[in-house]
Ligand binder design. Structure first.
Ligand SMILES: [Zn+2]
Length: 429
C-alpha cells in the first residue's frame, strides 16, 4: 500500500510532513517525499492524517475480558479467592478463545500491533490471535502446585514446550512462545530454577510479575532475606531476557540488577492505580537507563484494554507525581509504547518507521475538533487524541482495522459469546 502525502512520525519522533510510505508484503519498503514512479498498487490518501508505529502492549491477560467488572470493590485477597479463581476454574479452552477475541477487538481499536500475554489454554488464545491479525508473545503462567511439585509435570511447561517447536521456528514470527513464572510469591526456589532452566534451554523470554504490592515485596524479604529481584536473580531467572510487570516497590540495588540484566519493566498505570498497588518509580528507572514499556494488564484490573488510555494516563500521572511538567515528553512516552515494547518482545525489526522494518502502522485522523489547532503533533497525539481517532491499523503489512471496522473479527458475535460464557459460569458458581 502507498500512504500518500501523509505526516509521519519518524524514528526520532520528529514529524515529517507530506511524506510517502510504501509497504510490500510484511515490510516498509520506501519512505520519501517523492511518490515512487514505478508504484501501481493501492493508494491511501494521507491528507490531514498522521502515520505512526503501532503500539506494543507489554503486559496483558487477554481472556480476562470475560471477568471485566466481576467482584468489584473487594479487597485483593477476597476478590481473588472468592471471585476470580472460582470463575477461572470453570473456563474452557473455547471460553478463552472468545475472551481473547473480545480482547483483540479492544487492542486493535486502540492501535496495538503486538502484546505480551500470560494466561492458560494458550493454544486457544493463539488460535484467536492468529485469526484477529494481531501479533503476540504468549506464555502460560506457572505457579507452584503442591500436588504436582515438578514444573515439568505441569501444563505450564508441556503446552509451551509443544507449541514453541511450532511457532518460535516460523519465519513470520507473528506468534512467539515465552516462558512465564507467575511470581515469586506463587512459587518456591526449586520451581523458579526449573522455569529459568526451561527458558535458558529453549532461549525464551520470561514474562513475570515483580513487586506489584508492598505486602508481597516485604514478605519476599522476610522469606528469603532478599528483594524479589535479588532473589529471582539468585535463582538464575534474570539470565534470559525478562519482561517484569509492575515493579512498583523496587528499591536500592533492584535498579542496578534490572539495568545489569537488561530487564524490561512494564508500567501498568491503570492497574496499579485501580488496585491501589502504588506508584512505580519510573523516573528513577529511566535515570538508571532501564527499559520501560507500557501495559494494560488484564481487563479485570484496568478495566479495559484501551492502550491509548494507558499512554495518556502514564504521561500525565508521572508528571503529577514528580511535580515536573517537563518529565516524560511525548516522544519519551511514545518510545515506551512502540520501540521499547518491540525490543522487549524480541521483535528487533519492528516498533519504528524504517525501511526494512515490519509494517506495523496506525493512522490518526487529525480532522477532529479536539485535535485542532495543531501546534505540536506529538502533544496532540499524547494529550488530546482518543483511540476513536485511529482510522486505520496495519500489522505486518495487513490491514486489520479501517474506519471503525475490525476487519477480521465478528464483533457482535464475540460480545454475544462473552455474555453467554458469563451467564453459564455464573449459573454454575
Ligand atoms: Zn498481571
Amino acid at each position: 500500500m502507498l500512504f500518500k502525502n501523509i505526516s509521519l512520525v519518524d524514528e526520532n519522533f520528529n514529524i515529517k510532513k507530506n511524506m510517502n510510505l510504501v509497504t510490500v508484503d510484511e515490510v516498509i519498503t520506501y519512505i520519501g517525499s517523492e511518490v515512487p514512479q514505478e508504484y501501481n498498487g493501492e493508494v491511501y490518501d494521507g491528507n490531514n492524517k498522521v502515520i505512526l508505529p503501532g503500539f506494543y502492549n507489554t503486559h496483558c491477560h487477554i481472556p480476562m475480558t470475560l471477568l471485566r467488572g466481576y467482584g468489584e470493590g473487594l479487597p485483593l485477597q477476597r476478590w481473588l479467592f472468592e471471585k476470580v479463581f472460582p470463575f477461572e476454574a470453570r473456563l474452557s479452552g473455547e471460553d478463552c478463545y472468545w475472551g481473547t477475541m473480545h480482547g483483540a477487538i479492544e487492542l486493535i481499536k486502540s492501535g496495538v500491533a503486538s502484546f505480551t500475554d500470560m494466561y492458560f489454554f494458550i493454544e486457544d488464545i493463539i488460535r484467536a490471535v492468529e485469526e484477529s491479525g494481531l501479533k503476540g508473545n504468549i506464555s502460560h503462567g506457572s505457579t507452584f502446585n503442591p500436588d504436582i511439585p515438578d514444573f515439568y509435570d505441569l501444563k505450564a511447561y508441556q503446552d509451551p514446550y509443544r507449541l514453541l517447536k511450532i511457532y518460535n521456528t516460523k519465519a513470520s514470527g507473528r506468534i512467539k512462545i515465552d516462558a512465564s513464572l507467575h511470581a515469586e510469591y506463587t512459587s518456591n526456589e526449586a520451581f523458579v530454577r526449573q522455569v529459568a532452566e526451561f527458558a535458558k534451554e529453549n532461549n525464551l523470554i520470561i514474562h513475570t510479575h515483580v513487586s506489584e504490592t508492598l505486602k508481597e515485596h516485604e514478605e519476599c524479604k522476610q522469606r528469603h532475606g532478599l528483594t524479589p529481584f535479588a532473589y529471582l536473580n539468585k535463582c538464575g531467572l534474570l539470565d534470559q531476557p525478562v519482561v517484569a510487570a509492575h515493579c512498583v516497590w523496587i528499591e536500592g540495588e533492584d535498579f542496578d540488577i534490572m539495568k545489569e540484566k537488561n530487564v524490561t519493566s512494564v508500567h501498568n498505570i491503570s492497574s496499579n492505580m485501580k488496585l491501589g498497588s502504588g506508584f512505580a518509580p519510573i523516573r528513577e528507572m529511566l535515570d538508571k537507563g532501564i527499559r520501560v514499556g507500557l501495559g494494560t494488564d488484564g481487563a479485570s484490573s484496568n478495566n479495559n484494554l484501551n492502550f491509548m488510555e494507558e499512554i495518556h494516563l502514564a504521561s500525565i500521572i508521572n508528571k503529577g507525581v514528580n511535580r515536573d511538567p517537563e518529565f516524560l515528553q511525548p516522544s519519551q512516552i511514545l518510545r515506551m509504547a512502540t520501540e521499547n515494547g518491540a525490543i522487549s518482545q524480541g521483535r528487533f525489526d519492528a516498533g519504528k518507521i524504517r525501511v526494512g522494518y515490519k509494517a506495523d502502522l496506525i493512522v490518526i485522523d487529525m480532522d477532529k475538533p479536539h485535535l485542532q489547532p495543531v501546534f505540536d503533533v506529538l502533544a496532540n497525539l499524547v494529550y488530546s487524541a482518543q483511540s476513536e481517532d485511529i482510522c486505520l491499523s496495519m500489522i505486518d503489512g495487513k490491514l486489520v482495522y479501517k474506519d471503525g471496522e475490525v476487519l477480521n473479527i465478528d464483533v457482535e458475535r464475540t460480545v454475544f459469546e462473552s455474555n453467554r460464557i458469563k451467564d453459564r459460569i455464573l449459573s454454575e458458581i
